[in-house]
Design a protein around this ligand. Structure first.
Ligand SMILES: Nc1nc2c(c(=O)[nH]1)N[C@@H](CN(C=O)c1ccc(C(=O)N[C@@H](CCC(=O)O)C(=O)O)cc1)CN2
Ligand SMILES: [Mg+2]
Length: 295
């Protein structure tokens, strides 16, 4: 806990939600499933598409390939120049849609501003949508039908379940309405299988602190360093930090470390939700391959 809380004297009450430990458990299961597919004649494959050279995005993509190698999958990389045209990107998407070695793929977000993210996601084969961000996948989520789930929201629900945080009947406050986290997480937590009551906060929310104070579960995905402070949090609440801001001194989350003195559960950044995002991506690809190649 010293790394999390620095040198301040404090009394930690929160159970740390260890995303790396849960990721390792998930990867052990995926290794077995990948071996089964390989024995059946098809080694599953993931592909990534990244446009431009943003160092953060490049690091996430490297992580995705390292993860797939570690569970025995093969992977395909498309590292494309920042000035790539929309047509050029759609050509790569069409290639991956047709490639039988690729069971699932992602387009790393955000894309450069001149590219139309919605049109790119829509051009993907929904059966190969490893991120759960295709409009058909999001529509299935709205309708409560089976389909790939967006990785960060799915990872958050898996963490809450693993640590037996009560979700049904809980009041969950999500801060941030982005398409990769906040918006689909609201849909996920309000499914009958989760049954939470959700408040989705955003830049138009009048009093975010008042919303946080009422929450049993707080998910901070705003990208505002230290947004959630100890005095805002209901004692015993579960707090999950999804925010990542790159500063001169390193990465900073949306949750002030002193929250660990008040919360019942804390998923810190790093080491909480991030590794679960990675685990859910590999899971989505293995599921896609199983659907295609196992009876
Ligand atoms: N196509 C997608 N783009 C983006 C997604 C996504 O799910 N699909 N999510 C984020 C980036 N992301 C994966 O792509 C991602 C973010 C953070 C982490 C992570 O492990 N974070 C670490 C801390 C960061 C670090 O150590 O460098 C942690 O929390 O422990 C993994 C994946 C936006 N784009
Ligand atoms: Mg754009």
């Amino acid at each position: 806990m010293a790394g999390l809380l620095g040198r301040r004297k404090c009394t930690v009450t929160a159970t740390l939600m260890d995303g790396k430990a849960l990721r390792d458990i998930i990867f052990s299961d995926l290794r077995i499933r990948v071996a089964r597919l390989t024995a059946a004649g098809h080694t599953p494959g993931i592909a990534t598409v990244i446009v431009g050279d943003d160092p953060g995005s490049a690091a996430y993509v490297r992580g995705k390939h390292a993860d797939s190698a570690s569970i025995g999958m093969h992977s395909i990389r498309h590292d494309l120049p920042a000035d790539l045209s929309q047509e050029g990107l759609l050509d790569v998407i069409a290639e991956l849609n047709a490639d039988p070695r690729c069971d699932g793929y992602i387009v790393q977000l955000p894309l450069p501003r001149h590219l139309h993210t919605g049109a790119v996601l829509e051009a993907m084969d929904p059966e190969k949508d490893a991120d759960g961000l295709h409009p058909i996948s999001l529509g299935r989520l709205v309708l409560g039908e089976a389909g790939p789930l967006p990785c960060t929201p799915a990872g958050i629900v898996a963490l809450l379940r693993h640590y037996e945080v009560p979700i049904a009947g809980a009041h969950a406050v999500i801060i941030g309405r982005g398409v990769t986290v906040g918006r689909p997480l609201g849909l996920l937590l309000t499914r009958r299988s989760e049954n939470a009551t959700v408040t989705l906060c955003h830049t138009g929310t009048k009093d975010v602190a008042a919303e946080i104070a009422r929450a049993d579960i707080v998910i901070a995905a705003a990208g505002v360093p230290g947004l959630v402070r100890a005095e805002m949090v209901k004692p015993g609440a579960a707090v999950l930090d999804v925010g990542i801001t790159r500063t001169a001194t390193g990465l900073v989350g949306d949750v002030d470390p002193a929250v660990a003195e008040v919360a019942g559960f804390l998923a810190p950044m790093p080491g909480g939700v991030g590794p679960m995002t990675r685990a859910m991506l590999q899971t989505n690809v293995v599921i896609a391959a199983e659907k295609r190649y196992l009876p």
